[in-house]
Write a protein that binds this ligand. Structure first.
Ligand code: PMT
Length: 403
C-alpha cells in the first residue's frame, strides 16, 4: 500500500506539541515510501525540535516563517502550497485545528493550508481534555465535512502522565493511512451511486421475556465501515443489531434484534452492489422462546437451540448477483487458515479476518488489526483505530470492484 506514496509530494506541517519529535520518524518513513517531503514548522514546533533536524532528514530547507525573504525568493509559500500533492499536519494541535476550521491565516502553516488545493490529512495529538472539548470536536467535524482525512489520535499514556485519547498515531500507521488515501480520488468516484448494505453489531436471541443469548460485538467496526462508505459517496443501508451507537451521517439505519430479523432486513435492503457482513450473528437460537420467564428448577438446564439462517451465505448465493460480498471472520486462533476456509465455503469475494479474545482489538475495542483475503490475494491492515481500518477496507473494496 505504501507504494501509493511513490513520487507523491508531501508537505508535512509540524505544529507545537511534544509529539513533534515523532514527526522526524514520519519524514524518514514517508521518504522510504517514495514520497518527496518538504517540512513547514510553526513557532511552537520549533520549541520542541529544530528545523535543522527536519532539513537533514527531508533533504530540503525547512520552512518556518511567512516573512523569510530568502525562502520566499526561492520558493514562495504560494508556490509551496501549489507544489504539494498532499498536506499532512502531524502533530495537529488543538490550536492548529481551530485556526484551520475558521480559515485563519496568521502564520506559515495556516496560510499554506488555506492556499493549497491539495487534500489535507490531520494527525491530531494533544491533552485528552483538549481533544474531548466540544470546541475541538466541532472544529474537527467542520474539517472532516470539508474532506479532511483524520488519523488518530490513539489512546494511551500522555506526556502529562494522564491516560486517554490524545497520543499521536504511530508514524507507520500514519504513512499506511496516508497511502490508503493517496488513491482516494478515483476511489471516491467509484463509490458514487453505489449501494452498499452493511450489517453490524450482535444479534440477541430471546430465551424468554427477560433473558437472551448475545455476544460482545459493539457494532463499532460495522458502523465505521458504513460511515466511511457514506462519506465517500456510497448509498449505505446499515442493518444494526442492538448497539448504543449514533447513526453515521447520510446512512439509512434499520435496527433489528435477532438473527432472523437481521436476515429479513438485509434481504429487504437488496438489491445492492456490495454487502459487508460485519455483524456477529448468533449461530443458534432457541427452537421456541418461552413466553413466560423460565423458572429455576433442577441443577442444570438444557436449552434446545436450532441453527440461525446464515445471512452471508444466503446473500452470496443470490442469483440476482451483487458485485461484491464481503464477510468478516472472528477467530481466536489459526486466523488466516479458518478465514480462507470461510471465504471458500461461503463463496465470498472477500473476507476480513480479525483476532478476537485479545486486548486492544476485536470485540468492543476502538481498535483492531485485520487481514483481508480474497481468492488469489491477501492484505494486512496495520493495527489501529477501527475508523482508519474501515477507510482502508473501503479502499480495498473499490480495488476489488475494479479488478
Ligand atoms: O462490533 P465490534 O465490537 O466493533 O467488533 C467487530 C467484530 C469483531 C464483531 C467484527 O469485526 C467481526 O469479526 N464480525 C464477524 C463476527 C462473526 O460472527 O464472525 P463468524 O466467523 O462467526 O461469522 C463469519 C461471517 O458470517 C460474518 O461475516 C458474519 O456476519 C456472517 N454470519 C455468521 C453467522 C450467521 N448466522 N449469519 C452470518 O451472516
Amino acid at each position: 500500500m505504501a507504494d501509493k506514496l511513490n513520487g507523491q509530494k508531501v508537505l508535512l506541517c509540524v505544529a507545537g506539541g511534544i509529539a513533534a519529535y515523532k514527526a522526524l520518524e514520519l519524514v524518514r518513513r514517508l521518504r522510504e515510501a517514495g514520497a518527496e517531503v518538504q517540512v513547514a514548522m510553526t513557532d511552537g514546533a520549533q520549541q520542541f525540535v529544530t528545523p535543522l533536524s527536519f532539513q537533514a532528514l527531508s533533504g530540503h530547507p525547512t520552512r518556518t516563517s511567512l516573512w523569510d525573504s530568502a525562502a520566499e525568493a526561492s520558493m514562495g509559500h504560494i508556490e509551496l502550497a501549489r507544489w504539494a500533492d498532499r498536506v499532512l499536519i502531524a502533530p495537529a494541535t488543538a490550536g492548529v485545528l481551530a485556526k484551520l476550521a475558521h480559515g485563519l491565516a496568521d502564520d506559515l502553516v495556516s496560510t499554506l493550508c488555506l492556499a493549497t488545493t491539495a487534500p489535507l490529512t490531520l494527525a491530531p495529538a494533544m491533552n485528552q481534555r483538549m481533544w474531548q472539548h466540544p470546541a475541538t470536536q466541532a472544529n474537527l467535524a467542520t474539517l472532516r465535512s470539508r474532506g479532511a482525512q483524520v488519523i488518530g489520535p490513539e489512546e494511551g499514556l500522555l506526556a502529562e502522565g494522564e491516560s486517554g485519547p490524545g497520543r499521536l498515531s504511530e508514524p507507520a500507521a500514519i504513512v499506511a493511512a496516508l497511502a490508503g488515501s493517496a488513491a482516494a480520488a478515483p476511489t471516491d468516484a467509484a463509490l458514487q451511486g453505489l449501494k452498499i448494505v452493511v450489517s453490524a453489531g450482535p444479534t440477541f436471541e430471546d430465551l424468554d421475556p427477560v433473558r437472551y443469548l448475545g455476544n460482545r460485538s459493539s457494532g463499532k467496526m460495522g458502523f465505521a465501515v458504513a460511515d466511511s462508505a457514506a462519506r465517500r459517496g456510497a448509498n449505505v443501508v446499515l442493518v444494526a443489531g442492538p448497539v448504543h451507537l449514533p447513526t453515521p451521517a447520510g446512512v439509512t439505519r434499520v435496527d433489528v434484534r435477532s438473527a432472523a430479523q437481521m436476515r429479513d432486513a438485509v434481504f429487504a435492503a437488496l438489491p445492492a452492489d456490495v454487502y459487508v457482513g460485519a455483524a456477529a450473528v448468533a449461530d443458534y437460537t432457541p427452537r421456541v422462546p418461552a413466553t413466560r420467564k423460565i423458572k429455576k428448577s433442577g441443577e442444570s438446564l438444557a436449552l434446545d437451540l436450532v441453527r440461525t439462517p446464515d445471512i452471508l451465505s444466503e446473500v452470496a448465493a443470490q442469483t440476482q448477483a451483487l458485485k461484491l460480498v464481503v464477510g468478516f471472520a472472528a477467530e481466536t486462533e489459526n486466523l488466516v487458515e479458518y478465514a480462507r476456509g470461510k471465504l471458500m465455503a461461503k463463496r465470498l469475494d472477500l473476507i476480513v479476518a480479525n483476532r478476537v479474545g485479545v486486548a486492544d482489538g476485536g470485540f468492543e475495542s476502538d481498535r483492531n488489526a485485520m487481514t483481508a483475503l480474497w481468492k488469489d490475494g491477501q492484505r494486512e491492515f496495520v493495527a489501529g483505530p477501527k475508523t482508519r481500518l474501515a477507510d482502508e477496507l473501503i479502499d480495498l473494496i473499490v480495488e476489488r470492484l475494479q479488478a
